[in-house]
Structures are given as C-alpha cells and as structure tokens.
Design a protein around this ligand. Structure first.
Ligand code: DX5
Ligand code: ZN
Length: 221
C-alpha cells in the first residue's frame, strides 16, 4: 500500500500569491500540489494552464505537481504540461476520444498517468487500462468548482476501486477529490483511499499546519 498523501488543491488558494501559497502548504506538511485545470468546455469554469505550472517550478517549487485536467480535448495539453514540470497528469475518460492513447502519451512524456471518474462514471472503464495507470482519481463532487459537499455514495465506490487495485497487484494510487476535510478524511481513508485532495478545507483556514496535522492524525502511518 502507498504512503498517504495530502494534496492541497490550489484552486482555493490566493491566486495573486500562488507561489507563496504553495510554499506555505508544503512547509505545513503537504505532500503534493493538486493543480486543477478547467477549460470552460468540459467544465463550466476556467482556471490555469501550463504557464502557471512552469511559473511555480521557476519559483522553486520542487514537490510533485498533480495536474488534474478537466479539459476536452486532452492530448494537446499533455506535452505542454510535461514540459511545464507536471509530475502526474490525470484526465476524465469521456473527455478523450482515445483513452489508451492519451494514457500512453502521458507516460511517454515522462509523467505518471491517471484517470478521473466523476461521481456517476462506472469503474468499468478501468478494466482494460490497469497496466497504464499510476493513479485513479475518484471525484466526490461534480467537477468544476471548489467548496462543494462530499457525495456520500463515493465511499462505496472507493471500496470497490480499492478491491480492483488490490486484485490487480499493481502500485496504483487511489486519490479522492471534492469536499474532503478533517471531518471526513478518516472515513475516506478507511474506505481505501491513499491520496486526499482538499481545497477549501485547507486554504479556507488561517493555520495550514493545524488543519494538515488534524487530517494526518486520522491517516494510517
Ligand atoms: C473540483 C476540483 C477539486 C476542488 C476541490 O472540480 O477538481 O480539486 O478544487 O476543492 P474542495 O476541497 O474545496 O472541494
Ligand atoms: Zn481536482
């Protein structure tokens, strides 16, 4: 099993001070930076692209950057994010015409690859690409906005996908994104997740260390 990772979503950070915000959460104990890319096409919101990822690298951020693509089409952005310093790149299968090819493009570009399943998306699409996955991201809200409420039905899906990963015998991270906070991270971990995205629950507080510590205290060592 993977060591647990806490992945603050910078969607909830102060964009005017993004470099400092990343430094602050990393100094407060975060493991990776979760980087939400929205295109006003796949989701009804618009955020940040490869130039901002590159700027964070140039600012001196060395932690893994976990790029969550909520865009369609997907493929053109893969090389751009790899060049910009992305560590992992995940995308939604329905946003790509050829899922297997997109996953391979990510690995060929030297990044870890993953698929993101919306709350209503079946895990069936994972079956024939398990060997191309380093990460599976389960959305516990509908993508597009931070600060939404965790959809409780996700817990059973986490358990199911945990079993799929265990049965595959592969080292695949199981990440959960949306409405995760110090109030439910224990349940999300118990269901089988090992990577926890949290935006508003972390950046909405003044003391990043206190909230990250409170989350970490509920995770297995
Ligand atoms: C939603 C994004 C999430 C979001 C999480 O589309 O993928 O990463 O920012 O924010 P919170 O933790 O506030 O739900
Ligand atoms: Zn995300």
């Amino acid at each position: 099993k993977q060591t647990p990772w806490i992945a603050p979503s910078i969607l909830a950070a102060d964009f005017a001070r993004l470099g400092e915000e990343c430094e602050s959460v990393l100094a407060a104990g975060a493991d990776v930076i979760h980087f939400d890319v929205m295109d006003n096409h796949y989701v009804p919101n618009l955020t940040i692209g490869p130039m901002v990822c590159k700027a964070l690298r140039q600012h001196g951020i060395t932690a893994p950057i976990d790029v969550h693509l909520m865009v369609s089409p997907v493929d053109d952005l893969i090389g751009m994010f790899a060049d910009a310093g992305a560590s992992m790149i995940t995308f939604h299968p329905e946003a790509s015409r050829h899922v297997d090819r997109s996953l391979q493009l990510i690995r060929d570009a030297g990044c870890q690859a993953g698929l993101v399943l919306n709350p209503a998306t079946s895990p069936d699409c994972l079956e024939y690409v398990m060997d191309k996955l380093d990460m599976i991201l389960l959305m516990s809200v509908n993508p597009g906005f931070g600060g939404q409420k965790f959809i409780p039905g996700t817990l059973g899906k986490i358990e199911r996908v945990r079993r799929l990963i265990d049965d595959s015998g592969r080292d695949i991270r199981l990440e959960v994104d949306g409405g995760v906070s110090e109030n439910n991270i224990g349940e999300v971990a118990a269901a089988g997740a090992d990577t926890f995205v949290a935006g508003s629950a972390i950046f909405g507080k003044d003391d990043y260390r206190a909230v990250i510590d409170a989350m970490r205290a509920q995770l297995p060592a």
